[in-house]
Design a protein around this ligand. Structure first.
Ligand code: B12
Ligand code: SF4
Length: 296
């Protein structure tokens, strides 16, 4: 199948937010009073076939790196490591977050909804949901849980704007409840093509030695986001957008070196279509003393 070419290049912006383009609005960085300063992320357990967590959650590692860079305080508790809801409550008492961020897949979602509701009932903290499931079902996730907010697709900028105190009705890709409890689904953000501007994932905030892949010092590596195709069974076009958004080979190699210097020896590429741009893929693979193996 030939990918739609418009999905391979950056679309022109003609969309406005308070009279200026979305990009200009992001860059203008108006100074608001922060809404949340300390964010505790919860990685929910999925009773899939792995038994225990393979890797630290890359999406959450990206969000923590981004928020940390912007001056927020973040921490994470991963329920896949055997932690229970009582441990989340204990972590809340210790870390004292003012926002909880929960990530979830659609797999086992009924069970995850129950976990979310119990966490909310026990902590009474504002709670934001994110991840592939929320991008897919959107407002339904707020209808069926007592979460306060939801974020669809890439989370970095939207979550930053939520924490930084941007007016709720101006935060693109945010799901929220108005004063009457009505669930509002804001307009979706344009895809973020500037992936080289994101910081490297904050893996150091996880209990790295407790993941199965610590055995070969393996970490996930994301060299691009999304996919231009639209296989009917696949969620990526909805959750990450139907476009191939590459990072530059230089930025990727910088990340490999950064983590190699800290002891990582195995980089598991989690992209949907790593070889979409063959020249870029060759550049990454040809540099350094990298041994490659494929897995699926
Ligand atoms: C690597 C990967 C895995 C890895 C690691 C999973 C993990 N915990 O991250 C492994 C192999 C373990 C895995 C397993 C499964 N996976 Co998987 N996986 C992927 C893959 C290819 C990349 C994920 C990734 O790291 N992306 C990069 C990071 C940066 O993106 P992200 O995690 O989505 O996070 C961003 C946003 O979603 C958002 N966000 C995420 N969480 C939160 C939380 C908050 C509070 C906020 C505000 C924002 C936010 O912000 C992040 C930064 O931008 C995706 C496909 C894809 N492109 O998304 C499928 C995908 C996520 N997997 C999928 C599935 C179904 C599964 C399994 C359930 C399969 C199964 N039946 O066993 C299992 C679940 C097992 C488990 N215990 O977690 C589906 C999910 C569909 C859905 N609607 O839920 C996807 C989308 C694949 C697909 N083609 O449909 N997976
Ligand atoms: S990521 Fe999804 S849409 Fe893209 S080629 Fe793979 S299965 Fe198809």
């Amino acid at each position: 199948m030939v990918p739609p070419t418009e999905a391979l290049s950056r679309p022109e912006s003609n969309d406005t937010l308070s009279g200026i383009s979305e990009e200009a609005a992001d860059e203008a960085l108006p100074v608001y009073t922060p809404r949340f300063k300390r964010i505790l992320f919860v990685v929910t357990e999925v009773s899939a076939s792995y038994g225990r967590a393979l890797n630290p959650h890359l999406g959450i590692a990206m969000l923590m790196a981004y928020l940390d860079r912007e001056g927020f305080e973040t921490a994470v508790i991963d329920l896949q490591l055997g932690y229970k809801i009582k441990d989340v409550v204990k972590k809340v008492e210790e870390f004292k977050p003012d926002l909880l961020g929960v990530t979830m897949f659609s797999f086992d979602f009924e069970n995850t909804y129950k976990i979310i509701n119990t966490i909310k009932e026990l902590t009474h903290l504002p709670l934001v949901l994110g991840g592939a499931h929320i991008s897919t079902v959107k407002g339904e996730a707020l209808q069926r849980t007592n979460a306060d907010f939801g974020v669809t697709r890439d989370g970095e900028i939207t979550l930053f704007q939520l924490c930084a105190g941007y007016p709720l009705d101006q935060i693109k890709s945010l799901l929220w409840r108005d004063e009457h409890g009505k669930i509002i689904e804001n307009q979706i953000r344009k895809l973020n093509w500037k992936l080289d501007e994101l910081p490297y994932p904050a893996y150091h905030k996880f209990e790295m030695e407790r993941y199965i892949h610590y055995i070969d010092r393996r970490i996930p590596l994301e060299t691009s986001r999304g996919c231009p195709y639209s296989c009917t069974y696949c969620d990526v076009k909805i959750s990450m957008g139907q476009a191939f958004r590459p990072r530059s080979a230089e930025h990727i190699l910088g990340e490999i070196k950064y983590f190699y210097d800290q002891g990582s020896r195995f980089f598991e590429i989690v992209d949907d279509v790593f070889t979409m741009d063959l020249e870029r893929a060759k550049k990454v693979m040809a540099s350094g003393q990298i041994e490659w193996m494929k897995n699926c």
